[in-house]
Ligand binder design. Structure first.
Ligand SMILES: [Zn+2]
Length: 310
């Protein structure tokens, strides 16, 4: 595959940083040695990671009182960055993916997709071959106070294959379409557009529909996945969220599970950080966890018809 220049620059940065930054090198080596289980639920495949290095991120809450770790003056000394417009591309020293980058806004500003969806599309295009994702401030972002996206190895998350299957068409314009994918683990809205303006228009419609179900939140709870180059344009997948964490996170004793699902987990890569959590995951437990976190099967039916869009 021909990679665009920014993707090539990002991959070169990662190779360079692995040589000079021991923490990143250890993180990448741990990922290579990590245990992964593959489970199936219906037609969905799920990867379960045993990734102890993610423990700190998993336990991080929505607290904004701590010093912001994405502000450029607080980055580790060894960390280099690539300049991508208003964002800095950084290597994640605690990776979930073989290539795992953070795109941090140069400015300390809150995580709000409504104000930067165009930036998300631009980044997906300039990093073609990687998959971009966004964690809403209440849907897995570990720095909800500092706007950021992540860019990761394309094709690693099972979701990327799943969204290529036939889905229900909800809405269509001259520039693109919006479809619904139902799943026992998480339903998703799939937006496809050939132009930037077309993608922004469709996202505005989707955002309004999700907003009707958001009560008192900073924005509708969601995770977003973006790719460019799929059928010649953008493909953005939105997974609306009910909750950030399942009840098992707060349980005590044997039921407790320290998971804090974000986009990777919604994409089909459940990140566990303790061996006991990793080992106890079953298809039935996946169904229980994800039905608490996302809308499943018929739960998103009529969202569009109810708002007069069909
Ligand atoms: Zn900051």
């Amino acid at each position: 595959m021909q990679v665009r220049s920014d993707t090539a620059r990002a991959l070169a940065l990662l190779a360079r940083q692995k040589r000079v930054w021991p923490m990143l090198r250890r993180g990448c080596e741990a990922l290579e040695a990590m245990r992964i289980r593959t489970l199936s639920v219906g037609a969905s495949e799920w990867k379960v990671q045993c990734n102890p290095a993610r423990r700190v991120s998993s336990l991080a809450g929505s607290e904004t009182s701590r010093a912001c770790f994405l502000c450029s003056h607080r980055l580790p000394l060894e960390q280099e960055s690539l300049s991508l417009g208003d964002y800095l591309l950084l290597c994640n020293p605690y990776p979930i993916f073989p290539e795992h980058f953070t795109l941090a806004s140069r400015r300390h500003r809150p995580q709000r997709i409504g104000e930067c969806f165009g930036d998300f599309l631009h980044a997906a295009r300039s990093l073609e071959g990687l998959t971009l994702f966004y964690n809403g401030p209440q849907s897995g972002a570990s720095a909800p106070d500092h706007l950021h996206f992540q860019a990761v190895t394309g094709g690693y998350m099972p979701l990327e294959e799943e969204v290529g299957r036939p889905a229900e068409l909800l809405y269509e314009t001259d520039c693109g379409s919006l479809c619904l994918m139902r799943s026992p683990l998480r339903n998703a809205f799939i937006l496809r557009a050939q132009t930037l303006a077309g993608a922004c228009g469709l996202f505005a419609r989707l955002y309004a529909v999700l907003q009707e179900r958001a009560s008192g939140d900073a924005e509708p709870r969601m995770n977003l996945f973006g790719r460019y180059g799929i059928s010649g344009g953008w493909e953005v997948v939105a997974v609306p969220r009910k909750a950030h964490r399942p009840r098992q996170f707060y349980a005590r004793g044997a039921e407790q599970m320290l998971v804090s699902p974000g986009a990777a987990d919604m994409g089909g890569v459940l990140v566990t950080t303790r061996l006991e959590d990793f080992e106890k995951v079953t298809p039935a437990l996946l169904c229980d966890l994800y039905a608490q976190l996302a809308y499943v099967e018929g739960e998103t039916d009529n969202w569009f018809s109810a708002s007069g869009d069909r």
